[in-house]
Write a protein that binds this ligand. Structure first.
Ligand code: GDP
Ligand code: IMO
Ligand code: MG
Length: 434
């Protein structure tokens, strides 16, 4: 029986809400930080002490001494990328090996998974998902098809043989897709070059603690240790509840914590829903409140809305409350965390979508992907706060107009805002009730 709980931090829009920052801020209150899904498609930015760090696979608790960071069974690992992260941390004086454990059941992204991702996107042409091309879709496909390779496999003498067999299968698929293997590059490397770096990454990972993390975590909970689960992507990119097929290939919602870490539903405690005060999306798919005007451009410029993983410009738009109400419902959010409102400090007014109409009728439920392409958002326009919120460290110090805006969000969603982020730095955070 658990004596303590797993609290969860999730993105409740289309990713890049600022999850990494909030995990880093709240990690000091937990014993363990655990990633439960996704892989290096994620880019989690953390800023403190004048430094900026971007993590892709490694949990965002890694900067805190004395905390254990778990890469759970639901996560995908690219040995090259995770080793780059390990190396970057080493340069910052952090030895990840001393602070991290990896699930023996986490699946591996092979170099050929990355090529398959590129080939499948190419084949889709204008209907492409706009994936991060990190091999996520093909690696999760192999996991579900029961032919993937897992971290636990890397210690067996059969590993090389299994690798070659899966690679041969991938090469055949690439040939059938008409993919030009000779011209292909993975992060600027040929397949042979990437494979060499990947194999030495595997060698390095063999020196890490690879164990059944579901047992480790359940024992820790039974001992009264606290766990913070870190989500990647966002609920609107969830494979079931997102705008399918323009989604990622994992369960990004609270239920994903149970399968991605091996903890029971009864162990779930608080669920923090992280959202931006506006919306962004990278890649294809519906975005009802998207702006194609100067305001959209201003949000992108002031919010530095360029992908932390791919560098792609993010699409921008107004806050979408129907979408938030839907993701709050799916996730059982207990506490809201609002990010990046400082980006709108100078706006005269701020718009918020409060409902949608479709073919002239008010929508009573959340739209399907096809409907979401056609819905017309109904907006409420609120006064801007016209002052800088970045210096505030207590809720009471925030401008009255901004607090009214937050009250409006709470009222419309029936939820409470627990954390207000007023800038990218760790220090630029207000936790209510502290
Ligand atoms: P994640 O994937 O959810 O961890 O988010 P990303 O790191 O991809 O994107 C969030 C971006 O916003 C990063 O560049 C952060 O440094 C930045 N950021 C986070 N919180 C705030 C905030 O409150 N204000 C501003 N201006 N930037 C923020
Ligand atoms: P973090 O954790 C934003 C998007 C891609 C694409 C779709 C599928 O930093 O919030 P995939 O590579 O997963 O097959 O791509 O999902 N996507 C993200 N968008 N933030 C992310 O992660 C994302 N991870 C994937 O742009 O539209
Ligand atoms: Mg990100």
């Amino acid at each position: 029986m658990q004596k303590s709980k797993v609290d969860v931090i999730l993105g409740i829009q289309w990713g890049d809400e600022g999850k990494g920052k909030i995990v880093d801020v709240l990690a000091s209150g937990y014993d363990i930080v655990a990633r439960f899904q996704g892989g290096p498609n994620a880019g989690h930015t953390i800023k403190f002490g004048g430094m900026t760090h971007v993590l892709h696979t490694i949990p965002s608790g890694i900067f805190h001494e004395g905390k254990v960071n778990v890469i759970g069974n639901g996560v995908l690992i690219d040995a090259c990328i995770v080793c780059e992260e390990i190396e970057n941390l080493r340069k910052a004086g952090i030895e990840a090996r001393d602070r991290m454990v990896i699930s023996d059941k986490a699946n591996l992204i092979l170099p050929t998974h990355r090529l398959l991702d590129a080939a499948l996107e190419q084949k889709k042409g204008s209907k492409k998902i706009g994936s991060t091309v990190k091999g996520i879709g093909p690696a999760y496909t192999d996991k579900v098809a029961r032919c993937g390779l897992r971290m636990g496999d890397v210690f067996a003498s059969s590993f090389q043989g299994k690798y070659e067999a899966l690679k041969a299968d991938h090469l055949l698929q690439l040939k059938n897709l008409g993919f030009d293997l000779e011209a292909a590059r993975i992060d600027g490397k040929t397949l042979a070059e990437y494979e060499k770096a990947w194999m030495s990454g595997i060698e390095e990972l063999r020196s890490f603690q690879v164990l059944p993390t579901e047992i480790y975590l359940n024992r820790a909970l039974a001992e009264g240790k606290t766990v913070l689960a870190e989500g990647a992507q966002g609920s609107l990119l969830d494979v079931d509840f997102g705008s399918y097929p323009f989604v990622t290939s994992s369960s990004t919602v609270t239920a994903g914590v149970c399968v991605g870490l091996g903890v029971p539903p009864s162990a779930i405690g608080k669920v923090y829903g992280v959202f931006k005060a506006y919306c962004t999306r990278v890649g294809s798919g519906p975005f009802p409140t998207e702006l194609h005007d100067a305001t959209g451009e201003e949000l992108r410029a002031k919010g530095h809305e360029f992908g932390a993983t791919t560098g792609r410009p993010r699409r921008t738009g107004w806050l979408d409350l129907p979408a938030l109400r839907y993701t709050l419902m799916i996730n059982g959010i207990t506490d809201l965390v609002v990010m990046k409102a400082d980006v709108m400090d100078e706006f005269d007014t701020v718009k918020v979508a409060v409902g949608y109409t479709l073919d002239g009728k008010k929508m009573e439920y959340y739209p399907t992907t096809e409907q979401a392409e056609r819905v017309v958002p109904e907006y409420k326009e609120l006064p801007g706060w016209k002052s800088s919120i970045g210096q505030a460290r207590r809720y009471e110090e925030l401008p009255a107009a901004f607090r009214s805006y937050l009250d409006f969000i709470c009222q419309e969603t029936g939820s409470q805002i627990k954390v207000v982020s007023v800038g990218p730095d760790r220090e630029e955070t207000i936790i209510r009730g502290e």
